[in-house]
Ligand binder design. Structure first.
Ligand code: NDP
Ligand code: OXD
Length: 308
């Protein structure tokens, strides 16, 4: 019945203390303590530990984050489920990040940051009203839908694109490869909140950028490998893409001589759109363990055939 928390000791101890209140019967082991791997029923981790094969009773691998691409290619014990993190605290952070990024791009923030460095006091452009700036979100999952809801009050015409059809009030919904071009053609600020899968790897590339209106902007908060980095550099050079806010890169961090560091059209943040905090993580794990104990599906169970 033991849950192994394969996270740093400080956060692990906090998690154990919160779970002691929420699920008093749940045993919690920390990775730097002595434990019997054959007792481990649930594993909370960002990466698979070396002794996975010894965890013969393993039933669940809980990702510390919303993404599960780091587990690609890992064979879990037969019958074990992979569960991504679904938690209101993560959605709240992504809502803030995407709102910050979209508003920053809408109001020329990259240009003003560059101008401040050059001590220039000058209007970069007169922005169109929000009602004339079309925002499109790729990925209509927990985070994509949360981000769109946060953007609603500003009046941007909103659209979303996913694998399957969705209906969201106030959002024009597109799905599948056949509708991607129409989605892109109506999108001035493109937000990527996709999971990384073989289908989405490299999706932010020259061909996709060419289908956006000239001068469109990009918010990339999915995974670094969604983006073809040389293609973004080229699109910024031609003006096809005017600016970008990037939270994720490949690799992380970027090498010191990477062109993104010095490009004034790019705002770079170090993968901080969502920061998993124990206060967010522990209740989500407790709720899923309770669901499981009652024979209900857990929130965020990954469908192996989809990869997310
Ligand atoms: P979900 O699994 O809830 O949603 C994924 C969405 O992407 C779904 O709408 C799904 O479509 C869509 N999708 C998947 N594959 C395709 C495809 N081939 N074509 C079109 N749409 C597709 O994920 P979350 O919203 O919780 O998280 C999304 C991603 O955000 C994570 O996987 C991670 O990469 C990233 N992330 C980044 C963070 C950061 O700090 N920068 C923090 C947390 C997550 P459908 O609805 O039809 O299934
Ligand atoms: C996540 C992340 O997947 O932080 O939660 O990227």
């Amino acid at each position: 019945m033991t849950l192994l928390a394969n996270i740093d000791t400080e956060r692990g101890a906090k998690l154990r203390s919160i779970l002691a209140d929420l699920l008093p019967d749940q045993q919690v082991a920390l990775a730097d303590e002595a434990y019997d791997p054959t007792d481990i029923r649930h594993l909370l981790t960002w990466k698979i530990p070396d002794n996975l094969a010894q965890m013969t009773a393993l039933k669940t691998v809980f990702s510390v984050g919303a993404g599960v691409d780091q587990f690609t290619g890992i064979r879990l014990p037969d019958g074990a489920k992979l569960v991504r993190l679904v938690a209101p605290g993560l959605v709240a952070m992504m809502r803030e990040y995407v709102t910050m990024a979209v508003l920053g791009l809408h109001r020329d923030l990259p240009a003003y940051i560059a101008q401040r460095q050059a001590q220039v006091w000058k209007m970069a452009s007169v922005p169109p009203p929000a009602s004339a700036r079309r925002v499109g979100v790729m990925g209509l999952g927990e985070l994509g839908k949360g981000a769109l809801a946060a953007l609603q009050p500003f009046g941007f015409p909103l659209a979303g694109w996913a694998r399957s059809p969705h209906k969201i009030d106030g959002v024009e919904c597109f799905h599948g490869a056949a509708m991607l071009d129409d989605f892109l053609a109506r999108t001035d600020i493109l937000v990527c909140l996709l999971p990384l899968t073989p289908q989405t790897e490299g999706i932010l590339n020259a061909s996709l950028f060419a289908k956006l209106p000239h001068g469109a902007a990009l918010v990339q908060a999915g995974r670094g490998r969604h983006l073809n980095q040389p293609d973004l550099v080229a699109a910024l050079e031609t003006g096809q893409i005017s600016a970008a806010v990037l939270d994720v890169t490949d690799p992380e961090p970027l090498p010191q001589d990477h062109p993104f560091w010095g490009d004034p059209r790019i705002i770079l943040t170090p993968h901080i759109a969502c920061i998993t905090q124990v206060e967010t993580l522990a209740p989500a794990i407790a709720a899923n363990l309770s669901r499981d104990a009652q024979g209900q599906p857990m929130l965020g169970e990954v469908a192996p055939e989809r990869g997310y």
